[in-house]
Design a protein around this ligand. Structure first.
Ligand code: FAD
Length: 494
């Protein structure tokens, strides 16, 4: 007789829950039974619309047709994030993909730094295909490449998170995930081991499991409330603790990038979707009241608001353990970083990948838990540092921003900035989601000056360097000029 299936219970039906359930049912065989519990009464957070290119791998892994996904979620393409006003009067883009090409055996930034010093280089943006395409409102999948010298053009999406969860729910249920609707009122545990054994819903139904994935959002019903795993609070580094979100009518300016505009006590996002634009003000409640935030948000929309502004509260930080007993936290229950670099949905994705890699049998070992936690801590800590950099390297006058400059940096970040300043070098640490090129764009974009560069960048003659830089910028401009308009591209393909 076949043994009983291994029972995995996904608790919560937001983006985290349905991404997890969809991936588990796709990648695990018939020996597993996947159940999901969600409560319509409690609902989901309903924000979370900008992603990074890795989401494409997730969708592809599930075998999802990209055009069908774009149509179902009202998605638009995203080539990067534009930062406006983080230093006085400046704007720059953290675009996905490469910037320039290595020249003379050293990473591009060294040639660029030399070129800037000698007056033969343009701003960094001129050498980034994604940046140029984004600002020109152009989009193309795959390149009609004018020269092999140009890199690929990676992209992500803006999408309606509610529609994405619904899309994945249909996918998961069609493949065998059993869905239960109802509010969990009791969590049952084994008296000896402390492991969870079952969930009681609305006083009647009982759902038993071997492994529980906590996707209950900020409530953290299992990892926090039930198991008491503590939360590491990062508010001293990242003090924004509120967001005010509102959709507005789709704007004329249908940009293939997210915009993050700094304001006196935080920043505002703008995320263009096909059917509307997503907007939100992220702010520190110590510096801005909710009413002021709502007023500021509504005054800075580029189309009429489609609803009343909705307040959201959060504490930036992470769980001290992501896997405790037989519970693994995925999504907001595991921690939260503001959406400045659109990383939350990616953290869900990488949590799911880790679960699949370290999937326990009926006996969970401390070694599995420890390795899961080691990787998860490293990943979120590196992202935290990247976000802090945006805030720290500002020259604004408001008290909120002055305080950001004066807050001591985490050690690894301080070293990274020192190294860049000294010699233009960027070293990617283990588990860092962001590449050297991502760091380069933010370090340079926030106005941190590198005082040196690699000596190998001095080898080409000045005229050769100038010609190389000029050629690169021209190739990018020519490639972009051939691309279709973003809105037209979606109309034609999706
Ligand atoms: P939720 O959506 O809150 O889902 C929780 C689920 O648990 C619900 O289904 C609920 O019904 C269920 N539940 C809870 N308690 C019970 C119970 N007792 N019984 C039964 N069911 C229960 N991410 C990005 O990647 N990009 C962005 O641009 C972005 N922007 C964001 C902006 C803001 C202001 C915030 C706060 C977050 C943003 N995020 C973003 C994060 C993103 O929204 C979340 O990571 C994502 O939606 C996952 O949420 P979740 O599924 O963990 O939680």
């Amino acid at each position: 007789m076949a043994s009983e299936p291994y029972r995995i219970v996904v608790v919560g039906g937001g983006t985290a829950g349905w991404m997890t359930a969809a991936a588990l049912v796709r990648f695990l065989g018939p020996g597993f039974a996947v159940t999901l519990v969600e409560s319509d009464e409690i609902g989901t957070i309903g924000v979370g619309e900008a992603t990074i290119p890795q989401i494409r791998m997730f969708n592809a892994g599930l075998g999802i047709d990209e055009d069908a996904f774009i149509a179902a979620t009202q998605a638009s393409f995203k080539l990067g994030i534009e930062f406006v006003g983080w230093t006085k009067g400046a704007r720059y883009m953290h675009a996905f993909g490469e910037v320039g090409r290595p020249n003379g055996g050293v990473p591009f930034q060294h040639s660029w730094l030399r070129g800037r010093g000698e007056g033969v280089a343009q701003p960094l943006a001129a050498y980034a295909l994604n940046n140029a395409a984004a600002l020109a409102n152009r989009m193309q999948r795959g390149l009609a490449r004018t020269a092999a010298m140009l890199p690929e053009m990676p992209y992500a999406f803006h999408f309606d998170a509610g529609l994405y969860a619904r899309f994945l729910r249909d996918y998961a249920v069609a493949r065998g995930v059993v869905r239960h609707e109802g509010r969990i009122i009791e969590v049952l545990r084994d008296g000896e081991s402390g492991d969870l054994t079952a969930l009681r819903i609305d006083g009647e139904r009982e759902i038993a499991g071997d492994l529980f994935i906590d996707c209950t959002g900020f409530r953290a019903l299992l990892i926090g409330e039930t198991l008491g795993v503590d939360y590491a609070d990062w508010s001293h580094w990242l003090p924004c603790d509120r967001a005010m979100a509102v959709p507005s009518a789709r704007a004329e300016d249908f940009t293939p990038y997210t915009r993050a505009t700094a304001h006196a006590a935080g920043w505002q996002w703008r995320i263009p979707l096909q059917h509307r634009t997503g907007n939100g003000l992220v702010y520190a409640s110590a510096h801005l009241s909710d009413d002021e935030a709502a007023g500021r948000l509504l005054a800075n929309l580029d189309g009429p608001a489609l609803a009343d502004p909705r307040p959201l509260r959060f504490t930036t930080g992470k769980r001290r353990a992501f896997w405790q007993a037989n519970v693994i936290a995925v999504g907001l229950s595991s921690g939260f970083l503001e959406p400045l670099e659109s990383t939350s949905i990616h953290l869900i994705q990488s949590g799911i990948e880790r679960i699949l890699k370290l999937l326990p049998g009926r006996r969970i070992t401390d070694a599995q838990r420890a390795e899961y936690d080691r990787q998860a801590h490293q990943e979120i800590d590196r992202i935290r540092d990247f976000l802090i950099l945006h805030y720290w390297a500002n020259d604004r006058d408001e008290p909120f921003w002055r305080a950001r400059r004066e807050t001591p940096l985490p050690e690894g970040l301080a070293q990274k900035i020192d190294l860049w300043r000294a010699c233009g070098q960027i070293v990617r640490e283990e588990a860092d989601l962001f590449s050297e090129v991502a760091w380069l764009q933010v370090l340079a974009g926030q106005g941190i000056v590198a005082e040196g560069y690699h000596p190998l960048a001095d080898q080409p003659l000045r005229a050769d360097l100038a010609e190389y830089l000029d050629l690169l910028a021209k190739l990018i401009a020519r490639e972009v000029a051939q691309m279709p308009d973003h809105a037209a591209f979606i109309r034609q393909h999706c």
